[in-house]
Design a protein around this ligand. Structure first.
Ligand code: SF4
Length: 278
């Protein structure tokens, strides 16, 4: 839930989610539309689906796995999460490597191409892997800062090769990022007898959204505009009123009450708010 989101914004989602799905069994048998509705607004919906897959694996296996390899087999769990759970929950000797740890390892060794996992595994304190992992992540988050590392306060400064060489600011090497894509789209608000036409979202699988222009739709006045970002795509949406005899394939009409029970895309929410029906 915390990916690309502030902790304060996540807390109400987290509490609601745990209330509705208090254990793996409850999450495992949840209908997907309800799961997505509970996650709606957090983005990265693959995570919600993976969480449910992992819950099903846990139920099938009769409990949470207690070895690194078995934790790694859970859907959505990569080496970072598996090492974090294995070390913090089960005190197993696995080094966690996140962005903070990668930076600390690159600077300690003064090597922009270093295999951070290998160095961290080598340095790991096997007597207390949980504490070691949390300490290195915290060091990266509070002392070995990306821009201005606070080397005078750093407990590793005597061992740090980048500090010795004065190359802290150049490490770690930057990865080239994909250019964000700017896209313009139109959403149509088509209403009939108090109901609104929705189609399966072309952007977020499993969600309903307002339709984009389709053959047979007659766009009218512009209601407004808003922007919305999904991973590296920056959208500008124009919202228009429209009429149509029939909706496109797979579309359906929903009352306001029905809309509350389905996974409704954030873009539809923003558009309907502009229109004044949310
Ligand atoms: S001495 Fe400076 S660059 Fe080296 S690990 Fe500590 S904070 Fe980071």
């Amino acid at each position: 839930m915390l990916q690309q989101t502030r902790v304060a914004a996540v807390i109400p989602y987290y509490e609601r989610f745990l209330k509705r799905f208090p254990d793996a069994a409850a999450l495992a048998c949840a209908p997907e539309p309800e799961l997505l509705a509970m996650w709606s607004g957090l983005g990265y919906y693959t995570r919600a689906r993976n969480l449910q897959k992992a819950a099903r694996q846990i139920v099938e296996r009769g409990g949470f796995p207690a070895s690194y390899d078995a934790i790694l087999e859970l859907a959505g769990v990569g080496t970072y999460t598996a090492a974090a759970i294995a070390s913090i929950a089960f005190e197993l000797p696995h080094a966690v490597v996140d962005g903070n740890v990668r930076r600390v390892m690159a600077r300690l060794t003064n090597d922009g191409y270093v295999d951070a996992q290998q160095v961290a595994d080598h340095l790991l304190d096997r007597r207390d892997p949980a504490r070691w992992n949390q300490a290195v992540m915290e060091l990266g988050a509070t002392i070995c800062l990306p821009r201005e590392p606070r080397c005078e306060e750093c407990p590793l400064s005597a061992h740090c090769l980048a500090r010795k060489a004065g190359t802290q600011a150049e490490l770690p090497l930057k990865r080239s990022k994909a250019e964000p894509e700017a896209l313009a789209r139109t959403l149509l608000v088509i209403r009939r007898s108090g109901r609104t036409l929705l189609t399966p979202s072309p952007r977020v699988k499993g969600f309903w959204d307002l339709p984009e222009p389709f053959p047979g739709a007659k766009p009218g006045a512009t209601v407004g505009e808003f922007t919305h970002t999904i991973t590296h795509r920056h959208y500008r949406f124009t919202v228009k009123e429209a009429t149509a005899r029939e909706g496109p394939k797979a579309s359906r009409w929903f009352t306001a009450k029905q809309r509350e029970t389905i996974p409704l895309a954030t873009t539809a929410r923003k558009a309907l708010k502009l229109y004044g029906t949310l």
